[in-house]
Design a protein around this ligand. Structure first.
Ligand code: EPU
Length: 439
């Protein structure tokens, strides 16, 4: 069976939506739980296929895992690890699982983790991760598609990242928690998820300083200094930004609850410049509305605190019907405009030239058959379908299920006309075509 969304566009979204825990944080917190012997409990865990995969990865290493979906919690007993291999079958399904490399090298002084390879949105190399671990003294070889790391002991060092890579910063943080002496990561990623990981590690007994700035210093502690904890994941800023976009795109009015507005400053600034109205109601709630046609803007995606690449496709959907011409420059990924052909099929006027997209605002989009090509492109097509005239059918929902918990339920609560329906798998589509690798 395959599942598709059937969406009737044109209804302004109204009401309230509650944001869940941050996918890109919780995946790393799960890996970080491997560092402390004993049972760690994480709350505010979204029910996503990516979370299921990450839990399978750590279960493969010997951690005992309990996922209480009703309570939105996971309990991880990492008292004893029985393996150091993260298999290709799992890592190829979700790149973020590569972060167990740092945790395993830290705790076990060895790891064998499948190379994640490129994916739909870009090449996504892991050279900074590897160089960082080598600086700490790990001996690394790549054999049969696996990164094999061994360290007699890890000693802190100076690491400069060419790009403030989120994953490399996280892997190096995890690897250096138990290293001898201090590790300094310069040009570190500053995303809120990095700060969440640092807070989690510090609560466990680690000594991580400067997270949220471009220089992070990790003073190594001893294994016996680390203890299991209970911890609540931060809200998902990208999920929040997606619902903000959906409300604005449909000319609706709604409240986003459980959001940290400070994590969305750049995005909010651009929405205000386009003409949307955004009000802070309390420290974790914002009201979003839009009555008139938006104005076009230009922006460049950048590492945090710049415009988030994960919301680039949402903003593009808004620009399709804005007044004037907008230019988007995607500076993080080589191939993150995969929504463009489908948006043009809906009547948009977008011209793509390498990493630039020129969007000439049209009066309206009209519904059609669409397919999610990756997580964020897929979500932006759902938003486009909600604002378009007529009906759309969106396929390849497995991409969207990776990062949006109960997407259609939350949109329906806002009044969106969206339904998920199952259909027989078409006989002429092979399994391989359907099961593309995940991000
Ligand atoms: N890069 C390298 N070498 C490396 C590491 C990164 O060249 O060793 C390059 C990448 O190819 C990319 C850029 O640096 O062009 C930035 O990559 P980064 O490592 O920062 O990204 P990531 O850790 O792989 C995370 C999120 C992404 C998000 C990016 C940027 C997770 C699980 N994923 O990826 O989220 O787009 O940071 O903010 O945290 C998503 O949620 O849909 C998603 C793709």
């Amino acid at each position: 069976m395959i599942e598709k969304y059937y969406i009737k566009g044109g209804t302004p979204l109204k009401g309230e939506v509650l944001i869940g825990g941050a996918k890109n944080s919780v995946l790393k917190l799960i890996a970080a739980s491997l560092l402390a012997k004993g049972t760690t409990k994480i709350y505010n865990v979204p029910d996503l296929t990516d979370v299921d995969i990450m839990l399978k990865v750590i279960a493969q290493l010997g951690a005992k895992v309990e996922h209480n979906k009703a309570e939105k919690s996971v309990t991880i007993d990492a008292s004893e690890l029985t393996g150091v291999t993260a298999s290709y079958e799992l890592v190829s399904k979700m790149r973020a699982s590569f972060v167990v490399l740092g945790a395993l090298v830290s705790r076990c002084k060895e790891a064998k983790v499948a190379m994640p390879g490129g994916c739909a949105i870009g090449e996504r190399r892991v050279d900074f991760h590897i160089r960082g671990l080598e600086t700490l003294g790990a001996k690394i070889k790549i054999e049969n598609g696996y990164v094999i790391a061994k360290a007699h002991k890890l000693v802190g060092g100076e690491i400069y990242l060419d790009i403030p890579s989120v994953g490399a910063t996280e892997n190096i943080m995890l690897a250096s928690v138990l290293a001898q002496g201090s590790t300094r990561i310069q040009n570190a990623a500053q995303e809120p998820e990095i700060v969440d990981l640092a807070n989690f590690l510090n609560a466990m007994g680690a000594d991580v300083n400067g997270a949220g700035t471009s220089e992070i210093v990790i003073n190594g502690v001893k294994q016996e200094d680390l203890h299991p904890i209970e911890y609540t994941t931060i809200p998902d800023r990208i999920e929040a930004g997606t619902y903000m976009t959906a409300i604005i795109a449909t000319k609706g009015k709604g409240i986003i609850r459980n959001v940290y507005p400070a994590h969305l400053t750049f995005f909010v600034d651009k929405l205000l410049k386009m003409g949307a109205s955004i009000k802070l109601l309390d420290p974790t709630s914002i009201e979003v509305s839009c009555k008139n046609r938006l104005n076009s803007i230009n922006f460049i995606t950048q590492p945090y605190p710049g415009f988030p690449t994960d919301l680039q496709s949402m903003a593009m959907t808004l620009l399709t019907t804005a007044n004037g011409v907008g230019i988007i420059t995607e500076s993080l990924y080589e191939n993150r405009f995969m929504q463009v052909p489908d948006l043009n099929r809906m009547g948009a006027d977008i011209h793509q030239d390498r990493n630039h997209a020129i969007i000439k605002g049209v009066k309206k989009l009209s519904g059609t058959t669409l397919a999610a090509s990756d997580l964020r492109a897929g979500a932006s097509l759902v938003v486009a379908a909600l604002m378009a005239e007529g009906e759309s059918v969106v396929g390849k929902l497995h991409h969207i299920d990776r990062g949006y918990e109960k997407f259609e339920d939350k949109l329906r609560l806002l009044g969106g006309k969206i339904e998920r329906k199952s259909e027989e798998f078409p006989i002429n589509i092979s399994e391989e075509t359907h099961n593309e690798s995940y991000l």
